[in-house]
Design a binder for this molecule. Sequence first.
Ligand SMILES: Nc1ncnc2c1ncn2[C@@H]1O[C@H](COP(=O)(O)OP(=O)(O)OP(=O)(O)O)[C@@H](O)[C@H]1O
Length: 266
Amino acid sequence: MTEPLLRIEDLTVRFRDPNREGGTLTALDGVSLDVAPGEILGLVGESGSGKTTLGKTALRLHEPAGGRILLRGRDIAHLSEAALRPHRRAMQMVFQDPLSSFNPRQTIATAIATPLLLHRLCSKAEVRARVLAILEEVGLPAAFAPRFPHQMSGGQLQRAAIGRALALSPDLIVADEAVSKLDVSVRAQILNLLRAVQRRSGLAMIFITHDLHVARFLCHRVAVMHFGKLLEIGPVEEVFDRPRHDYTRALIGTLHSPAAKQGNAP
Ligand SMILES: Nc1ncnc2c1ncn2[C@@H]1O[C@H](COP(=O)(O)OP(=O)(O)OP(=O)(O)O)[C@@H](O)[C@H]1O
């Protein structure tokens, strides 16, 4: 078996409990899983089950209370911000709401160019051509380069957000409900784009979604989260067609309902 790109071992994350003075809340409880290079792993589970916490902790946007986060074999769980810097480029996140992930006073071209220059991935002379190539890669004509975020639709902005992440040639993208705010017709286009860029670039993706149709369409494997624990993980068809847990069975029940079979897929 190929070495995993990301290995998460016994990961535990606690937050301060806002409802209990001095209390803590365990958002992730001993979660272990691997992500292979070039794989799309879906994280599904109901609200509050720990999906976002897992995605963000994998990228070290949170520091875990326990466990290991091995990125290409190197444990990054407790690295300082300075020691993390070289790894940051390799791990990018795409959020649910593209509008709030862009600076409203910056054009799309500047938003894509800034991280490229910051990480010294191209020179000032090359950056314009690079930005236009990235826009093209995500299906946006060059005319979008000078636009501001409020001058774009949700789908166009999510394309730009994917482009901004791709620009850094990451090994891993965590997409957190990246299509759930989009209209159904646009949703399918963005899912197709994600699938195409993943195939083209060979990057791995953790795709967080509460929508099981979307998970089934896009992901190779799927992990089911429940109350901060990993309930089961396996190839999409296996988990959806032969779930091992009653909870998973209940969660996917809707997928096999007559309405779902009549083509409500994304
Ligand atoms: N920064 C934080 N501070 C305190 N508690 C948090 C924080 N982030 C998440 N939590 C709590 O951790 C638990 C898991 O939340 P998380 O957002 O990871 O779940 P989720 O499955 O992604 O849910 P959703 O689908 O609603 O985004 C919840 O109880 C949540 O309230």
